[in-house]
Design a protein around this ligand. Structure first.
Ligand SMILES: Cc1cc2nc3c(=O)[nH]c(=O)nc-3n(C[C@H](O)[C@H](O)[C@H](O)COP(=O)(O)OP(=O)(O)OC[C@H]3O[C@@H](n4cnc5c(N)ncnc54)[C@H](O)[C@@H]3O)c2cc1C
Length: 470
């Protein structure tokens, strides 16, 4: 398989878009660059920014044809492996093939060097630039060659360290797992994850975080991968994506006593990996409403909903995730358990509450005994920007952990939400707006306020309007 796509030593491949003899500008000269990275970005990543400048200067002289093409072939071969985890798997399993590729790369660089030496003296400045590029490319090949044993060693260590906290099958390095976790709904692709972890239970998460810290891996939590901000996309080749899909414990509807309210309240408790739609259905079966209803509900997960403070159509009535959260558990980036509990839930939109109070409890390693408690009090209005469902510009939210943080301050492992009851009757209004969305939103808010006033207030307002009109 590899042999079919890699350049053979004896037969240099003509660059993508290259047309021998035609003096037309070529969009991409690095072969196999079917990625979203430009040639410039690839050269900078593999050789460095100064080398890109050098290469550009040499190409400006238009005397580099054959050598430049061979250099691009070297970069193309390295790049195609770096961007294809299936090729990496294949090479990792076949040391002989690895050696052949490295040999082919070195052969090309040796050819460039031979040509340089043959022409040296004619133009010392140009000669020095080519020598620098040859040296950089040789170092890139060294790194490429070293990457295989380094990766193998780190994989072995990772299996050993993380294997203490989860089943070995939950630690995945294979191409399919890595390709499936390189991006989210943004389709932004920067780095493939080093490893993908699939904890079986909430309890495993703390140990996995601790293990990743020991291994020097950057942790990226992931739910359904429907996020539109790129938050689940790894940005470093040493990233561990923690996929929460197996954390699918769902309590069913529970009426429980909650802090600050005399009467029990209907709630539901869900593992971070429960698909949002499942929670909505569980509530509906009891004639209740789970108000966190993003359009992506068939694929998004509860942890992702909390981390993004998601909301959908019902946000108009009951707000987004933050309004409906009663409590949640998470593991901080320093591998500590915390549990956050709202102390004064108003069973409505959080910005209608003068103050929202949260108890943040640090728990022992067992995830149950409380070590310390901190209280966060936030004026309800601070959670919203006037007229907006959620204020995406404010990630901090007065330091409230987990919510709207895109996974940056820890991994949510489960969350409990309040449930609502739909009014006994529903009427639908169909409105059509023309022009800009920004103009329609205030109208919707105004219509909603008007309807909220109730029939008596509406009829008195209508009669005063008609009086003033006459
Ligand atoms: C078609 C479509 C429609 C959408 N409609 C809406 C909508 O109506 N309303 C809305 O608000 N959004 C919407 N979204 C955006 C997206 O679905 C939501 O943000 C959703 O909450 C993301 O959940 P997820 O499980 O897919 O998260 P992911 O995409 O997996 O992750 C999103 C972010 O959350 C972090 N994260 C995931 N799980 C955890 C966890 N357990 N702990 C900590 N951090 C975590 C990730 O690291 C990442 O930063 C839509 C997206 C699509 C593709």
């Amino acid at each position: 398989m590899i042999g079919a796509v890699m350049n053979a030593v004896a037969e240099p491949v003509v660059s993508v878009g290259a047309d021998a003899g035609v003096d037309a500008p070529r969009l991409r000269e690095i072969p196999y660059n079917y990625t979203s990275f430009s040639d410039r970005e690839i050269v900078i990543r593999l050789l460095g920014a100064d080398e890109w400048t050098l290469l550009d200067e040499l190409r400006g002289e238009r005397r580099t044809g054959r050598s430049a093409r061979m250099l691009f072939e070297v970069l193309g071969d390295i790049w195609v492996v770096e961007r294809n985890p299936y090729l990496q798997d294949d090479l990792t399993d076949n040391p002989k093939r690895q050696a052949l590729i490295v040999e082919a790369l070195r052969h090309r660089i040796a050819e460039i060097e031979k040509r340089r030496q043959a022409q040296s003296g004619a133009d010392p400045d140009r000669d020095a630039k080519v020598a620098r590029l040859v040296a950089s490319a040789s170092r890139a090949i060294d790194r490429f060659e070293a990457s295989f044993p380094e990766t193998a060693a780190l994989r072995k260590r990772t299996r050993r360290v993380l294997g203490r906290h989860t089943h070995r099958d939950n630690i995945a390095f294979d191409g399919l797992a890595r390709v499936s976790h390189v991006t989210d709904a943004t389709d932004w692709r920067v780095e493939y994850p080093f490893v993908v972890l699939y904890p079986d239970t909430e309890d495993e998460v703390r140990g996995l975080v601790e293990g990743c810290i020991e291994l020097g891996l950057t942790i990226v939590p992931r739910g359904g991968g429907t996020g539109y901000t790129g938050g689940a996309c790894p940005l470093t080749p040493r990233a561990a994506v923690i996929n929460t899909e197996k954390l699918e414990r769902l309590s069913g509807v529970e009426r429980i006593a909650i802090p600050g309210r005399a009467e029990p309240v209907t709630t539901i408790d869900a593992g971070a990996g429960v698909v949002t739609r499942r929670v909505m259905e569980a509530a509906e079966r009891e004639g209740l409403v789970f108000a966190v209803d993003p359009t992506s509900a068939d694929a998004s997960c509860i942890g992702g909903n909390v981390a993004m403070n998601a909301g959908g159509k019902k946000a108009v009535l009951w707000g987004t995730a933050v309004d409906n959260l009663l409590s949640w558990r998470m593991v901080t980036p320093d591998a500590e358990w915390i549990e956050v509990e709202r102390q004064d839930h108003n069973l409505g939109k959080i910005h209608d509450a003068p103050v929202a109070t949260f108890a943040v409890r640090r728990l022992a390693r067992d995830g149950t005994s409380v070590i310390s408690t901190e209280t966060i009090r936030v004026p309800g209005a601070r959670f919203r920007k006037e007229g907006l469902g959620k204020d995406v510009t404010d990630k901090f939210l007065e330091g409230l952990p987990g919510v709207q943080k895109e996974g940056c301050d820890g991994i949510i492992t489960s969350a409990r939400f309040v449930l609502h009851r739909m009014p006994p009757a529903v009427r639908t209004v169909c409105l059509e707006f023309f022009g800009q969305v920004r103009d329609s939103v205030p109208s919707i808010v105004e219509i909603k306020r008007y309807l909220d006033q109730g029939p008596a207030a509406r009829s008195s307002r209508a009669s005063s309007t008609s009086t003033s009109a006459t």
